[in-house]
Design a protein around this ligand. Structure first.
Ligand code: XMP
Length: 510
């Protein structure tokens, strides 16, 4: 196993960022709830422990407490924000509860030399977001950093290798934050970086082989990044024991089915892949249905049905592979109230099918999944695809889904994507889509009056789909897309651009 850094989560929205920064430094990190028992922590054998920030105030009733047993493990500890306050509170320091929250940039002054500050200039910008503050460092600690507003912005017990910072080194706004974290990992904790994507692939392949033995594994391949990377990984690990099923629900993009099949043939030659054309079944089931939630349920249920039928046709399947990634895992143990978006992927598959799960990407962040995919030889165009919802165009046709509407939307969507690719904008935006509105309005084509559908273009910038803003596409590009859609797509005579942000709007319209 890799040298591991354990991050105990005290409820900050930034905990994932700490984990990512550590991994970017080449050190494997795992997030665990702050309530994780010491025995479990010991069993993980972490080389260092980081205590995250959190929204609570240490002195208030019910605030998450420090598990003092971790102090006995003899591993280096770094407390960040709430983590610093916890250490101060538990080791005999003095705290002041918040009068005003300090939020925003501050200049970090080095009050004493410390390995944390190696090769970092004095007075760089760090990001603050805290209420409580440490007034007196505990015995054995020395103050190593301060800001104009804060006498103790960082403290250290060099003997026990316990360090604490009030600011957030994990955010990009902290100018040398990543370097401070690296100093903790390499200068304080003396960890050798051994987390690379190629070592991950090697280890993961060995793990899958051991788990699966000679048994068969089924995988629902969607053509999206996660399931394709799983397919590539398992194809390399277990070859013909992997059976991929690609369900065409008829709600995919134009030429998507061919694209997925071609990509598989080219980049995973010899892959067992069956395409199932179930589009008519989906259309029949969606007939007359206009309620968005009901449409989602029907698509989800039918998907499972079709997949199950196909999987059962393969004899002796023991495992179901899934593209679960680390944020899904973390979200499942996040404290109540911090989950902003619940997952809407096809659920219920594993429970129903009574198959054991194979989840080779469970430990990876999305950027790591992409790096693994590239390392496995998948092309850039596939790895950097925009997200596409499981229910596909079904959520982008408002009102009833019909074959005609799907065809109209596919063409309009294709023009949008083509133009974005051609102009270089595709890779600059998070996601781009077209929504077909069941609203007809009057237009004029030549000398004739038209009475046709409107479509909305939705193009957004985002980092994680939790929040998004509309992309400021150049007006001439928007104009070209609009002209092409109206000229080339029968059934559309009006194009509008969605300029709402999320929140309060969402990315998809439904
Ligand atoms: P919203 O519309 O909630 O979308 O702002 C956020 C992101 O999630 C995608 N999305 C889905 N992805 N299955 C998926 O795998 C789904 O059912 C689904 N619904 C929405 C959406 O495209 C956007 O990227």
């Amino acid at each position: 196993m890799y040298n591991t850094v354990l991050i105990l989560d005290y409820g900050s929205q930034l905990t994932q960022l700490i984990a990512r920064r550590v991994r970017e430094a080449g050190v494997y990190s795992e997030i665990r709830p702050c309530t994780t028992p010491a025995a479990e922590i010991k069993a993980m054998g972490p080389r260092a422990i980081i205590l995250s920030g959190g929204p609570a105030s240490v002195a208030e009733a019910g605030a998450p407490a420090l598990n003092r047993e971790i102090l006995e493990l003899g591993v280096p500890i770094l407390g960040i924000c709430y983590g610093m306050q916890l250490l101060a509170h538990n080791l005999g320091g003095r705290l002041a509860t918040a009068v005003n929250r300090e939020y925003g940039p501050a200049g970090l002054k080095f009050d004493a030399a410390s390995p944390l500050w190696d090769d970092i200039p004095d007075n760089s910008t760090v990001w603050m977001s805290h209420g409580d503050r440490v007034l007196a460092a505990p015995d054995g600690f020395r103050v190593i950093g301060s800001t104009a507003d804060l006498d103790i912005a960082a403290m250290a017990d060099d003997e026990r290798k316990i360090y604490a910072v009030q600011f957030h080194p994990e955010v990009h706004h902290s100018e040398h934050g990543a370097a401070i974290l690296r100093n903790f990992l390499f200068k304080v904790a003396d960890i050798a970086p051994d987390w690379t994507m190629s070592s991950f692939i090697e280890e993961s392949i060995a793990r899958v082989r051991e788990q699966v033995g000679g048994s068969k594994v089924v995988l629902a391949l969607s053509g999206g990044v996660d399931s394709t990377v799983v397919a590539a990984m398992l194809h390399r690990a277990i070859g013909e024991q992997l059976y991929c099923i690609f369900v065409d629900h008829g709600l995919l993009r134009l030429n998507e089915v061919k694209g997925v099949m071609d990509n598989a043939a080219r980049y995973m030659p010899g892959l067992n892949l069956k395409m199932v054309d179930a589009s008519q079944r989906f259309l029949n089931a969606l007939k007359g249905v206009t309620d968005p939630e009901q449409k989602r349920k029907i698509i989800g249920r039918l998907f499972i049905e079709v997949f199950e039928e196909e999987a059962k046709a393969i004899s002796d399947v023991k495992f179901l592979a899934q593209g679960t990634i680390y944020p899904d895992v973390i979200e499942s143990f996040a404290p109540q109230g911090t989950v902003i978006k619940s997952h809407h992927n096809v659920g219920g598959l594993p429970e129903r099918m009574q198959l054991e799960l194979v989840e080779p990407l469970r430990e990876l962040f999305k950027d790591e999944v992409r790096a693994v995919g590239l390392e496995l030889g998948l092309p850039d165009t596939l790895i950097w695809r925009h997200p596409f919802p499981g229910p596909g165009l079904g959520v982008r046709i408002l009102g009833e889904v019909t074959a005609e509407r799907v065809a109209v939307l596919q063409q309009a969507d294709n023009i949008l994507i083509e133009e974005l690719r051609e102009s270089g904008w595709y890779s600059k935006v998070w996601q781009a889509l077209v929504v077909l509105l069941p609203v007809k309005s009057v237009g004029v084509m030549g000398d004739a009056r038209t009475y046709e559908n409107a479509v909305a273009l939705r193009v957004v910038d985002s980092v994680d789909a939790m929040t998004a803003d509309w992309s400021r596409l150049p007006a001439d590009l928007l104009g070209r897309i609009s002209t092409r859609i109206i000229n080339e797509v029968d059934g559309v005579n009006r194009v509008v651009y969605d300029i709402s942000s999320k929140p309060p709007s969402t990315i998809e319209w439904e």
